[in-house]
Design a protein around this ligand. Structure first.
Ligand SMILES: Cc1cc2nc3c(=O)[nH]c(=O)nc-3n(C[C@H](O)[C@H](O)[C@H](O)COP(=O)(O)OP(=O)(O)OC[C@H]3O[C@@H](n4cnc5c(N)ncnc54)[C@H](O)[C@@H]3O)c2cc1C
Length: 371
């Protein structure tokens, strides 16, 4: 049987960030990935490096997101060195626009709650009136009643990030095998036997980074990964000259010129197809915020299922029953990529997750069930 020291199951943004981090420290991880028709959040995302509003009632997550956003410039530089690819990181702050007073009030309440829950350690933010917003953002539509601004937020080029991680992990010594879906994991005395169609591999340690399939795989090694359904849809316009004056969580202009419009959430469907009703709502909101968008043609639209845990907060775990089996599952794999490659991987390499990761254990779900 083929043997490996460390195998990462899943080669999406999370698995690739971890494989690259491990390979940078001199390990030679094996990455087993699924195939093109899998549900893959990493090919569907909005590419925000986003902190604003994250971690309501989970202050450790708010601070974890902020930590990653702060580490992103270091990671982007290292990634550029290892892959030769500039992922187009821009971190110049962002506005969340409100289209009603109720919306603005709800944003304000959430942001103040996060500030209080983190004892003021979450990034600073401003709640701006319509006039204050207009002073900073030209060409705003008449329906915008105000906004929340935070300097912590940014974005990247999504596909270049994914490509860069794969090139970098390969150049640093990771082995990547597509079309190697792991069907079963059997813990044995000296590691884990990974079985799929036509292969069987004995690996001393493993990292579950299989996105939505983590829910099925985790119990095979004594872990839990409760996920919830969350589908998001994105529209992209034709390319145009840089004209969007700022970044927002629902509208961004990519470094290649297209405007991305998104942030829908459907929790009641398993159908991956895009919906024209959702597209209409996304487009209408975007045009109310920036009326000039009405002149652009939408050229593409797609949807994807987020890898969203039951409470929306990431899971980082090592199996208590089968040490050497790690689990990483999160929404916000773009935002958290810096933490994954620079902070989580040394802990996995040392076979011990640190205290900073203990609040992210899936044991929190069992505690809630007991309560
Ligand atoms: C519409 C949308 C917008 C988003 N916007 C943002 C954003 O702006 N910012 C942000 O930070 N995040 C965003 N995200 C979330 C981000 O894309 C995800 O957190 C991230 O892609 C998750 O990566 P992953 O590697 O865990 O999962 P995936 O991308 O799903 O990768 C999992 C991989 O595992 C493989 N696999 C599955 N099962 C097995 C198996 N049994 N054996 C081997 N391989 C297997 C699959 O083939 C796949 O390649 C968004 C997501 C969506 C859907």
């Amino acid at each position: 049987m083929q043997e490996a020291d460390m195998t990462i199951i899943g080669g999406g943004l999370v698995g690739a960030s971890i494989a690259w981090g491990l390979a940078r420290s001199g390990m030679k991880p094996l990455v087993l990935d699924g195939s093109d028709l899998d549900l893959r959040a990493s090919r569907a995302n909005f590419a925000l490096v986003w902190v604003q509003g994250k971690g309501l009632h989970a202050p450790h997550y708010a601070l974890w997101s902020d930590r990653s956003a702060k580490m992103w410039p270091i990671m982007a530089e290292a990634l550029s060195q290892d892959s030769g690819i500039d992922v187009g990181l821009v971190q110049q702050g962002a506005f969340t626009f409100a289209l009603s007073d109720e919306e603005l009030e709800s944003f304000r309440v959430d942001m103040e709650c996060i500030a209080a829950e983190t004892a003021g350690r979450a990034p600073a933010f401003e709640v701006l009136t319509r006039e204050e917003t207009r002073d900073r953002v030209p060409h705003l539509g008449p329906d915008v009643v105000g906004s929340v601004y935070s300097a912590a937020d940014g974005h990247v080029n999504a596909l270049r990030l994914f490509h860069a991680l794969h090139i970098a992990m390969d150049r640093k010594g990771a082995s990547y095998r597509p079309n190697h879906k792991v069907n079963a994991i059997q813990p044995v005395a000296n590691g884990f036997i990974l079985q799929g169609d036509g292969f069987s591999i004995l690996s001393r340690k493993i990292v579950l980074a299989a996105g939505l399939d983590n829910e099925r795989l985790a119990p095979m090694v004594g872990l839990a990964c409760p996920l919830k359904r969350s589908k998001g849809q994105v529209l992209v316009t034709e390319k145009c000259k840089p004209f969007l004056p700022c970044l927002s969580p629902t509208i961004r202009q990519t470094d290649e010129g297209g405007i991305m419009i998104g942030d829908s959430e459907e929790t009641d469907t398993s159908n991956i197809a895009t919906s024209s009703d959702i597209s209409a709502v996304l487009a209408s909101r975007a045009i109310r915020i920036f009326p000039a968008l009405a002149d652009l043609n939408v050229v593409r639209s797609w949807s994807g299922f987020r890898v969203k845990t039951a409470d929306g907060v990431p899971i980082y775990d090592q199996s208590a029953y089968h040490p050497g089996a790690f689990l990483v599952a999160c929404h916000s794999g773009v935002t958290l990529a810096a933490n994954h490659s620079l902070i989580v991987t040394p802990q996995i390499a040392a076979s011990k997750l640190g205290e900073d990761l203990s609040p992210f254990s899936a044991r929190r779900f069992h505690a809630q069930q007991i309560a």
